[in-house]
Write a protein that binds this ligand. Structure first.
Ligand code: MN
Ligand code: MN
Length: 303
């Protein structure tokens, strides 16, 4: 990896780590507005000199893929288990990181969150050129099981490429027998999702996250407006309220519907544990090397 790219990743990672921790601290307070906190995170990314890739969150049995809409009124409640997942980029070079907070002081999920941190830490320890991916899966599953939990098998970490959140190779959270090897300079995000349920997610609830798959000509004027807004993202995700605030709720709904039907955009609906089990998640991004660099690590992270 060239020094210029590495420098962009380091800067993006530093910002992503700060905003993740600030957002998590806000969500931890009962009564925190999801909308206000996610807006704060996006503003903060820009203020710190980054470009917003995404600011997402997920509550309790939902593992991932939720963004509040413009009219969202939900707030955090005592005892909620909330994941915050922040993506920052510089010219498409992405830092992807996440953590979990338990709202208030109920202290019901200390072991659960610890299992997720342990799983991430154990996998990171193995990251080096030549390492086969199944080994990272075993490490994560072992740590989850040691405290009485399991990993979510149909969610995984991933490689990252410029403007590509998922670079094409999945990092398993169980022994999937993958003999694919990590290589020098590979950009990798590791993210164990740990649950007390049976360890699979399914789609649940309204979709608020989209990605554009291809350039396309739309006939609908609303679809055209949306394409104008999201084409500059170069394939990075976008969320409903970015659009509703610019073109209004009606046009956004109609435009998204048309683009989705045409196959121009892909939906990423919320993913919830299928038995309703609570889910904790921690995530870091790193550059694989003889000395692997975890570029989303915050000095206060213990994992
Ligand atoms: Mn993430
Ligand atoms: Mn990720």
């Amino acid at each position: 990896m060239d020094p210029e790219t590495r420098d962009k990743l380091r800067k993006a990672g530093k910002i992503a780590a700060i905003v993740r921790r600030e957002g998590a601290a806000k969500l931890k307070v009962p009564g925190a507005s999801f909308l206000q906190v996610m807006d704060y995170c996006e503003d903060r990314i820009k203020e710190l000199g980054g470009q917003v890739a995404w600011a997402q969150m997920a509550v309790n049995d939902v593992a991932a893929h939720f963004c509040p809409e413009e009219h969202e009124t939900a707030v955090s409640n005592e005892g909620d288990l909330i994941k915050i997942d922040i993506g920052v980029h510089l010219d498409g070079w992405i830092a992807d990181n996440a953590m979990t907070v338990e709202v208030g002081n109920s202290n019901r999920y200390a072991d659960h969150m610890k299992a997720a941190r342990n799983a991430l830490r154990a996998a990171i320890k193995l990251v080096e050129p030549g390492r086969e991916l199944w080994e990272l899966g075993v490490a994560q599953m072992s740590e989850a099981q040691a405290l009485g939990f399991t990993t979510i098998k149909n969610l995984s970490g991933h490689t990252i490429e410029q403007y590509r959140v998922h670079g094409g190779i999945s990092i398993p959270t169980f022994n999937n027998k993958s003999k694919i090897q990590l290589t020098e300079g590979m950009q990798v995000a590791i993210e164990p999702f740990i649950t007390e349920g049976d360890g699979f997610v399914k789609e649940k609830g309204k979709n608020t996250i989209w990605m554009m798959r291809k350039n396309a000509n739309a006939r609908s004027p609303y679809a055209k407006k949306i394409i104008t807004e999201v084409a500059p993202l170069n394939g990075l995700p976008f969320t409903n309220r970015w659009l509703t605030r610019k073109i209004g709720r009606g046009p956004t709904a109609l435009g998204l519907k048309a683009l989705h039907q045409q196959g121009v955009i892909t939906a990423y609906p919320p993913l919830a544990e299928r038995t309703g089990g609570m889910v904790a998640q921690y995530e870091h991004s790193m550059i694989v090397g003889e000395k692997t660099e975890i570029y989303t690590k915050h000095e206060e992270d213990s994992w």
